[in-house]
Design a protein around this ligand. Structure first.
Ligand SMILES: [Zn+2]
Length: 415
């Protein structure tokens, strides 16, 4: 496990540990790195991978910079629209032939105004911070946004919550998203060229348009500036992996269900939640053919291909509250294998919008499998956004809400 030396402005020995997602269960890690120093608040967000060309428009004077040396390669005037592409030897742009030999190149706005970026499948969108182009091969490259983590958070929080939600819900979400981001930054492989993706595999980061539609998000990030969730580990106060989901279904789930290892106390689950009391968390019934289930499972897990057509599906193990943890899938030859319920869910429905949670009753019905009595939306670990909103409207503060969903945790100011 990676461990980073502690260096926190207010002298707190804080450290990180987290993960998230309403639709997907992120990669797991239990390491607990320290919060980086406040003067280094940049996070590297992968905006797009394996694209042939990006179009970038500047809104202020900017500079092409070689990030390896810090050397300014060329200046770019305001309002310039550039195509950035990837050659056999390096990175090319409309007006920068000298960059040919570089595999990584930054476009740095000089007046902190956001650039507009577009690529195939993505309409133009504005992003704060610097834009980093990474050549990964002839004709193919990535775009990474190197951005102040607080600016990044505002867009993330705007993407997560309904704009009509209460300010305290936004504040709770801002703290959780901040803790998660620091965790991911601190636990990634040091050789990685980015810290997080801009998708649900980390936190959705859509750019500035969404933020302008949800002004409470920016306010909540400012109101909670530098606050992170911590727990008292055997080694002292550490930040942890603040998983969160849209709706837990009435009781939160242990982090054990979506990653291996023992959950730390704030992520042990079984926290009572009012999210279903207002009738918003029921889903289904959903019927799927077994041929579709077979296709989806084979597509995601090659180990299941040995079963051939899946003809039997049942719940193998549940939590104390009755939520399936593992399922059994089998064929007509009495061969069977087990699969974690959360992995099954995401293999069947990667969007997470039809098979919304693992909190369901499963009916094996001839050529179909039916999911009934569905409740919740997402993996159900950690903060429940729908429940947080109910608590906020009842007068609970963000701090109280977070102590409820992450038992034994405390808020600490990292910077
Ligand atoms: Zn809930």
């Amino acid at each position: 496990m990676l461990r980073i030396s502690v260096s926190v402005a207010v002298g707190l020995a804080l450290a990180i540990g987290c993960q998230r997602g309403p639709a997907t269960a992120p990669a797991a890690s239990s390491s607990q790195p320290a919060v980086p120093a406040p003067e280094d608040r940049l996070i590297r967000v992968l905006l797009a991978a394996d694209k042939p060309v990006f179009t970038i428009t500047t809104a202020c004077p900017a500079a092409w910079v070689d990030p390896a040396t810090g050397e300014v390669v060329a200046e770019v005037p305001t309002g310039r629209s550039l195509s950035v592409y990837f050659t056999d030897a390096g990175i090319g742009t409309d007006d920068l032939p000298d960059a040919e030999a570089l595999d990584i190149l930054d476009l740095v706005p000089r007046d902190a105004k956001p650039c507009t970026a577009a690529w195939s499948g993505q309409s133009p969108e504005r992003f704060p911070g610097r834009m980093r182009f990474i050549r990964v091969g002839p004709g193919v490259g990535h775009l990474v946004n190197v951005v102040d983590i607080e600016d990044y958070l505002a867009s993330v929080v705007a993407a997560e919550l309904d704009r009509r939600y209460h300010l305290e819900t936004f504040r709770a979400q801002a703290i959780v998203a901040r803790t998660y981001a620091w965790f991911r930054r601190g636990t990634g492989n040091p050789r990685n060229l980015w810290d997080v993706t801009a998708t649900e595999s980390a936190q959705v980061y859509p750019g500035l348009s969404r933020l302008e539609q949800v002004p409470l998000a920016g306010r909540a990030v400012r109101d909670t500036y530098g606050l992170v969730c911590t727990w008292e580990s055997p080694d002292g106060w550490r930040i942890f992996c603040t998983y969160y989901s849209s709706a837990c279904g009435g009781s939160t789930q242990s982090a054990d269900a979506i990653r291996n290892g023992s959950a730390i106390p704030p992520l042990a689950g079984n926290v009572a939640c009012p999210c279903c009391e207002e009738g918003h968390c029921a889903w289904g019934p959903l019927s799927l053919t077994k041929s579709f289930v077979t296709s989806q499972l084979h597509g995601r897990y090659s180990r299941l291909e040995s079963l051939g057509t899946i003809s039997r599906i049942s719940v193998r193990e549940t939590t104390e509250s009755g939520r399936p943890i593992t399922l059994t899938v089998g064929n007509d030859s009495d061969q069977e294998l087990s699969i974690e319920a959360e992995n099954f869910r995401l293999a069947i429905d990667p969007t997470g919008r039809r098979l919304r949670s693992t909190l369901f009753s499963l009916v094996d019905d001839d050529s179909e499998v039916r999911f009934e009595d569905g409740r919740g939306f997402g993996h159900g670990v950690g903060l429940c956004q729908a429940g947080a909103e109910i608590f906020a409207r009842r007068g609970r503060t963000a701090g109280e809400i977070l102590r409820h969903y992450y038992p034994t945790s405390r808020l600490r100011r990292a910077y």
